[in-house]
Design a protein. Sequence first.
Length: 315
Amino acid sequence: MKNIYSNIYSFNKKTLKKTIDSLNLGNLAGLPTETVYGLAGNAYSKKAVKKIFKLKKRSNRNPLIIHYLNLKNVKEDVITNDIFTNLYKKYCPGPITFILKKNKNSKVNDLANANLDTVAVRFPEHKIIRSILKKINLPLAMPSANLSSRLSPVRAVDVFDDFRKKLKIIVDGGKSKIGIESTVIDLTKKPKILRPGIISGKEIKKFLKTNFSKKKSKVKSPGMMKKHYSPGIPIIFNKKPSNPNHACIVFGKKYNYKKNYFNLSKKGDLKEAAANLYSVMRKIKKDGYKKIFILKIPKLGPGIAINDRLNRASK
Ligand code: TXA
Ligand code: MG
């Protein structure tokens, strides 16, 4: 029987070389990170960046995150500041993205940052993406590896589901351990969280000992578009389903009974719940349920990011 997943590669020296050669030619690859899988292309190449927008069917007004190995590499492309340096030392490599002013001599292709004067930069932690960044010596533009407005992928097969054979290389790095996208923080003025993530705004505030901007930013993070992360079926909050064809997402000890109930974390751990969120939603969709009901998930720490994603998925 033909292996339908023949474009999914396990990671070894041969895969590393194949992936780097392909990225160097301006082609794309689906790569694992600790948050979600990314659709990677050379951030300096117009050809590669164009391919990313096209394959994802993404609006070219929605800028991409540029992924670097470390500080040394980022300084040519963006203007760094003290808050950035402090947060970098504390959290990187890790699940946080910084919006910084673009450097005049930046080689990041303008399309990648949607012609804004800012660039989003991130330093991923997953050892596969780090070994690729180490060898390739280029930053990678890398949005989540899903079709625009669909759920982000947390396994290699999720990437395959959206792109099939249109993507020649998908590297299997196991299930993404964090499971939701990075925290996005704007550092071009008073810090402001644009997208909540596993590292919460509260935690960052406490670490920096500063206040955040409460102003509504003009340049909205377009990933904050209302409809996003959608599983493609209706989502209803704070109600139990009465129909067995409807699934129910729950959190915590109280619930682990019926077949159509999906518990994000039986032990009531919000980090575990975040890690399970997208795979549970994909499973519900695959199992053929027609609607998703969601019972209360606490709006604390990672719970803020979970509720954010669920709210947008329901739009
Ligand atoms: O965890 C992650 O961040 C994953 C992995 C693959 O690294 N990537 C990811 O990328 O989630 P994407 O493209 O799905 O989301 C990028 C977010 C969007 O909300 C986008 O609008 C915002 O970052 N963004 C990118 N550049 C920006 C900029 N210059 N100003 C404001 N927001 C920006
Ligand atoms: Mg995305």
